[in-house]
Design a protein around this ligand. Structure first.
Ligand code: ZN
Ligand code: ZN
Length: 246
């Protein structure tokens, strides 16, 4: 890896391990989202999908040992993002789990009882190293996005983006004052009109989002719009997709 004059930032490897959107043949697809982020010194599981058996089976096929996961970040408390956590903790319980601050205390207590360290995330903050959170956003459904600092810009990963994909992207960009290199995950555009989604796409283009990898609850129609708009900078983000970020 090249070390620029601004110092070296560690490379990132992202593997989508749970998704209803298919990519790699041989992996199980099911409604939900989870991705493994390998960065220097840490392996982070962002969301856990809906079903732990499916998650573990996909990890096995992708040759990722669940015991290598030392950190879990839960975007929000919907079952298609939290359902696999139990099975992960059954393999290794001494993990740190970052949850939105509004998460029910009995949920956090149950995790602590199993040996996990639970960190409640309020505002935008650094979790460790080059890994940050937007902090919990939104009114009804509180959700945080994961932010990874890379040499070429920020990687912003959303679970469902219930607070709005544009709002979450803006929060990440403004918090760290850097442009977004890659925006990926569920963008929650499934129920919106093509005209509304065109506006969302225009907003993200205007922000200078360089690459996109939408999946999960983005919806096939909106995904097709992202693909045609971003062209070669559209990345497949379905189940099994591996994205290496310099
Ligand atoms: Zn959700
Ligand atoms: Zn979801």
């Amino acid at each position: 890896m090249s070390n620029g004059p601004g110092g070296s930032r560690p490379p990132l490897r992202i593997t989508v391990v749970y998704n209803n959107v298919p990519h790699s043949p041989g992996l199980a697809t099911a409604w939900g989202f989870a991705a493994v982020v390998e960065t220097v010194g840490h392996t982070v599981l962002f969301d856990t999908g809906a079903d732990g058996q499916t998650l573990l089976a996909n990890l096995r096929k992708l040759d990722i040992d669940p015991r290598s996961v030392d950190t879990v970040v839960l975007s929000h408390m919907h079952g298609d993002h939290t359902g696999g956590l139990d099975n992960v903790l059954a393999r290794r319980s001494d993990v740190t789990v970052y949850v939105p601050r509004s998460t029910a205390s009995n949920f956090c207590r149950a995790l602590r009882r199993r040996g996990a360290r639970v960190e409640a995330v309020g505002g935008a903050q650094r979790l460790f190293g080059n890994v940050h959170s937007t902090g919990e956003m939104g009114r009804d459904i509180r959700e945080q996005a994961l932010i990874l600092e890379a040499r070429l810009g920020l990687v912003v990963m959303t679970g469902c983006a219930h607070p709005g994909i544009v709002a979450m992207a803006k929060t990440a960009r403004d918090y760290l004052g850097r442009d977004i290199y890659l925006l990926m995950g569920g963008f929650h555009l499934l129920r919106y009109s093509p005209a509304a989604n065109r506006k969302t796409i225009d907003d993200l283009r205007r922000m200078g989002v360089r690459k996109v990898a939408p999946s999960h609850c983005t919806g096939d129609e909106a995904i097709a719009m992202f693909r045609s708009t971003w062209g070669k900078d559209y990345l497949d983000g379905g189940c099994g997709a591996v994205i290496e970020v310099p």
